[in-house]
Write a protein that binds this ligand. Sequence first.
Ligand SMILES: NC(=O)C1=CN([C@@H]2O[C@H](COP(=O)(O)OP(=O)(O)OC[C@H]3O[C@@H](n4cnc5c(N)ncnc54)[C@H](OP(=O)(O)O)[C@@H]3O)[C@@H](O)[C@H]2O)[C@@H](O)CC1
Ligand SMILES: [K+]
Length: 502
Amino acid sequence: MKIFTTHQTKEIDRRTIELEPILSINLMERASIAMTQWLTTRFAPGVVTVFAGNGNNGGDALAVARMLAIGGWEVTVCMASHNNLSPECQINYTRLTHLTKVKLHLLANGDAIPQPDEGIVIDGLLGSGINRPAEGTVLDMIQAINRLSLQVVSIDLPSGLRGEDNSDVPHHAIVSATHTLSLGFPKLAFLFPENDHCVGEWHVLEFGLHRTTIEAMTTPWHLTRAMDAKAILPARDKFAHKGHYGHALLMSGSYGMMGAAVLASKACLKAGVGLLTTHAPRYGYEILQTTVPEAMVSIDRSDILISEFPDLTPYDAIGIGPGIGLKTNTCEALAQLLDHITTQRMVMDADALNILSQHPELLDKLPRETVLTPHPKEFQRLAGNWSNDYERLERLRAFAIKHGIVVVLKGAYTTIATPEGTCYFNTTGNPGMASAGSGDVLTGIILGLLSQKIAPAQAAILGVYLHGSAGDIYANAESEESLTANDLVRHLGQAFRELKNN
Ligand SMILES: NC(=O)C1=CN([C@@H]2O[C@H](COP(=O)(O)OP(=O)(O)OC[C@H]3O[C@@H](n4cnc5c(N)ncnc54)[C@H](OP(=O)(O)O)[C@@H]3O)[C@@H](O)[C@H]2O)[C@@H](O)CC1
Ligand SMILES: [K+]
């Protein structure tokens, strides 16, 4: 699903009005019907306090207030002013005044703001048209809303939040919503950890914007839904043999870190690879043979770390990093590997990434479309610091473009940036997955998919989706708290099945 900038959304809005054609007031009515339907399926009719601004966000709020009042809700509306209303807001204001049962408060500067103690709150003060941090009575109303202990449903955006960069907006100038009903598309800002405090649960409501315009409009930002991930999943051929699904080489483990090699190996196999060879230090031999009997083992000359790599000829894809450590011999083996790699696809994680940040000259040797899977700290070591989440995203794109690689920045809404600068935000997963070994499992999955000749960016998008989905399946059945990396491996089968049946 595409994510557009505020500016693009306005253009889609304009073209819908022109090409459908539809009057803007009727488009607003359609959006408001979609929001009212959402509200009435979620909440039983009761008390609702609606805060409305003077632009079209306020217009939406006034239309929703009218629809709820007609539906039997007890509606109170608070407005900062009824002057300088946008034309659509003005029409909805007039329509609302015809309903005598709606209580209307027009607040002048300094007036006490109603403080409801029951029901729900609808926040329609400011939407995508915000052009400066909230101020005056609108700011007072935002702060009054934030003092309430009621559920707050924001229209389009929590008032005060902008669709993209919010680096200059203080938290106290943004409504803290429990739900945000985003009109048409998600906003980029919803995906940033720094806005978690205000966005709450967000929902995209479709209301018939112009399809051809949406299809033609390009954007670097995409959200991966089940249908997008499913489209990547290749069908399995009835007459296939194990050679069809590729031969993966995993270089993983060191003394005390063999668990990483075990987890990544298991995950690679579960992701459907044909053959797996795990290259590990000598001392890991028995561990691997007993815990992952499906994998072949290639033994390093070193007992305790990886200091060499096998002949690469048989392999379709190489995964390196989980548990390898940062010792000089291992760094040298990695540098050598990069000199010898030919057609193999590659995924690098954990200590392989730390080696890259200690030896940035190696970044230039990465084969095009190599997949790196850093968590934020590893990415910071690789690409430098950032001061806000928007800047971090820009840095991610720039880094992927500069080095011609695929970067998977892990976290809530794990983001996959391609060498072309396109970003895909993942929608599966839960906080229970921020635990030991979770990254090793992801590396194994992506390696398994790369070996099956799925293009690197696609393998990363699908791998991240399945990894998160396995975590969600486990968390729904058991709990987030008890989730371990092994549980991810064990539920990968169900994640595939859910995706296929979707
Ligand atoms: N996308 C779509 O397809 C559809 C979008 N729709 C809806 O339209 C919304 C966008 O509406 P919009 O453009 O009228 O702007 P909006 O957010 O209401 O705010 C602008 C008003 O606020 C004011 N103002 C600005 N900053 C301020 C501040 N810091 N502090 C105080 N005041 C401030 C500014 O007034 P000013 O004081 O600058 O004259 C202006 O009047 C969008 O979010 C969605 O809800 C739907 O109707 C259906 C179709
Ligand atoms: K709003």
